[in-house]
Design a protein around this ligand. Structure first.
Ligand SMILES: [Fe+2]
Ligand SMILES: [Fe+2]
Length: 371
């Protein structure tokens, strides 16, 4: 479905949440999911009738007014998914699908957490930004963009979103492998939810962030929290394209998993829905980067300096500690699944051999070539 180009830069929430008219809705295992198909049978993402042309118009306007390129980071900033396709295929072939199932469960659960974005406090941009922000993505975060993003990830009303779609892909490929109890244990083991399923206290998180501010104290704290969250989210959204490629290749293999490729198609729909997330986030961050942030005391701060600081922190965290934590989690998940079955040692040795990274005995990770 083609979306008409437009110069319109002001939208209300209803417009940014409006979907195309579908010839056919997306229904998976009897559950209506978001999005649908056009007359030619092509998948069309939800809530993109105006949102996608709006983002294109904001981007064009920003390039015209500021003459800068939008913030971005190439996908090869991050290494391939671990375990990689060869490793995952080997596990499934060896009758150890558990880690792949756990990983799909983790991804779906984390996608569902994306619904939290709608609760982000957003300061009045006219107060904290010197230049005009009307007709920008920045001005529309609380006027539809966050809400659309939240609904895409967590679903809305009786319509399933990405959380449901990942679980459906898993259930199609592996024949409903996870009971509710098993899912709870799995998420605890991977550190996705604290033991007992309790929630993290938002007030404690806020106090911690306040004690470790990266911006001058005169600058609105909510703005710093907002930009921190958006930068982290953008990096997750970009790097997730490795996960999509991994899952699509694996789930498309009819010799390996059930469902005649339906699970892989579902993942391709999710991937299509993510593009507007990447695009609005990097647009809004670029709009702030190229403006001047004003403190409570009238002090003025370069947006490039402030956004850049949080950006550098988040990139370092993403490719460093977060990456290592993910590797450790999946490594333990594989050991857990293999257990002490006969031939466990040989199986694990072969699994490690197929990887592009290897865990050494001291717990550090190295490129396979160096191991
Ligand atoms: Fe998503
Ligand atoms: Fe997303």
């Amino acid at each position: 479905m083609t979306t008409d180009a437009t110069d319109q830069v002001d939208y209300d929430e209803a417009e940014l949440l409006a979907s195309h008219r579908y010839a056919e809705p997306l229904v998976v295992a009897g559950v209506r999911c978001h999005g649908g198909f056009d007359d030619e049978g092509r998948y069309v993402s939800p809530r993109t009738a105006h949102r996608v042309p709006a983002i294109a118009a904001w981007q064009a306007r920003h390039r015209r007014d500021f003459g800068t390129e939008l913030l971005h980071l190439p996908l090869d900033t991050w290494p391939e998914h671990y375990p990689n396709v060869a490793q995952a295929r080997f596990l499934i072939d060896s009758g150890v699908a558990g880690p792949v199932i756990a990983n799909l469960t983790r991804i779906g659960t984390v996608e569902g957490f994306g619904g939290m974005i709608r609760h982000s406090p957003i300061p009045d941009m006219r107060r904290v930004v010197d230049e005009d922000t009307r007709g920008t993505a920045l001005a529309h975060l609380g006027a539809g963009l966050f809400e659309a993003h939240a609904r895409d990830e967590a679903g809305h009303d009786d319509e399933g979103g990405h959380e449901h779609m990942w679980f459906a892909a898993r259930d199609i490929a592996f024949d409903n492998p996870v009971t509710e109890d098993a899912r709870a244990l799995m998420l605890e083991r991977m550190g996705i939810v604290p033991p007992g399923g309790g929630a993290v206290d938002p007030a404690a998180l806020r106090a911690q962030a306040l004690a470790h501010r990266r911006w001058p104290v005169s600058v609105d704290f909510d703005l710093e929290v907002l930009v921190t969250r958006m930068v982290r989210l953008l990096l997750i959204e970009i790097s997730a394209f490795h996960t999509f490629a991994w899952a699509e290749e694996l789930l498309a293999d009819g010799d390996l998993v059930a469902g005649d490729g339906q699970a892989a198609r579902l993942v391709s729909y999710i991937r299509a829905d993510e593009t507007p997330h990447v695009d609005y986030l990097r647009t809004a961050l670029s709009e702030l980067r190229d403006r001047t942030v004003v403190g409570d005391d009238g002090s003025r701060h370069s947006g490039a300096e402030l956004v850049g600081r949080l950006w550098d922190d988040a990139v370092a965290q993403s490719v460093g500690p977060n990456r290592r934590q993910m590797l450790d989690t999946m490594w333990h998940e594989v050991r857990h699944a293999v257990g002490d079955r006969p031939g466990a040692g040989d199986l694990l040795a072969r699994f490690d051999e197929l990887g592009s990274v290897r865990r050494r005995d001291d717990g550090t990770w190295v490129e396979a070539a160096a191991a």
